[in-house]
Design a protein. Structure first.
Length: 194
């Protein structure tokens, strides 16, 4: 393994560790403002992990929607509710059991997957060669990744762009608020009654 791959693996492991620590901190806190902030941190860490996995489009969407609009919406909701969570009165055994069963099912579902990055994976033997051969002829764009995102996955990419655009507009509208402070001494407009 080269030094570059070891460095990327170390970064991935650190990001996963920070994700786990953030998730544990979120479950332990009762202050909802801190939970909203840590949820934004969790989304930014996820976006960083997507960047190291070379999924820039997913990273942009996660940063805009997960850390941007979701955090603003949670803070807006928090302004209308209480700041602290009510104490839990029931046992945590059943939720932990459900999570453990769901996690075990997910791990079981991945056991028959091919090894990550293996040369004989279906994506390496069927999908990637087809894109590499067809892209120059069908699309004419020298960058294969850009051709896949802009053409072959055009509807998916358009959906992501719409989501990011909608999130940005919603954040701007929420931050813009009501348009400005009103002067209480200013004369008010009165309707004429006929």
């Amino acid at each position: 393994m080269s030094a570059g791959l070891v460095g990327i693996a170390v970064i991935d492991i650190l990001l996963f560790l920070f994700l786990v620590l953030t998730a544990v901190a979120i479950t332990r806190l009762r202050n909802l403002f801190a939970v909203a902030m840590l949820a934004g941190v969790f989304s930014l860490l996820s976006a960083g992990l997507f960047v190291t996995l070379d999924a820039m489009d997913v990273a942009f969407t996660e940063a805009a929607v997960g850390a941007g609009i979701s955090t603003v919406l949670m803070l807006g909701t928090l302004a209308l509710t209480v700041r602290d969570e009510k104490p839990v009165t029931h046992s945590a055994f059943l939720p932990l059991l459900v999570c453990a069963i769901a996690g075990a099912a997910l791990i079981y579902g991945t056991l028959d997957m091919p090894p990550f990055g293996a040369a004989d994976n279906p994506v390496q033997t069927h999908v990637a060669p087809a894109y590499l051969e067809r892209t120059p002829v069908e699309i004419g764009i020298p960058n294969t990744v850009a051709a896949i995102l802009a053409s072959y996955r055009g509807f998916d990419t358009l959906g992501e762009v719409v989501v990011v655009f909608t999130a940005a507009i919603a954040v701007l509208l929420l931050l813009g608020g009501g348009g400005g402070a009103r002067n209480p001494n200013a004369p008010s407009k009165q309707r004429r009654e006929d």
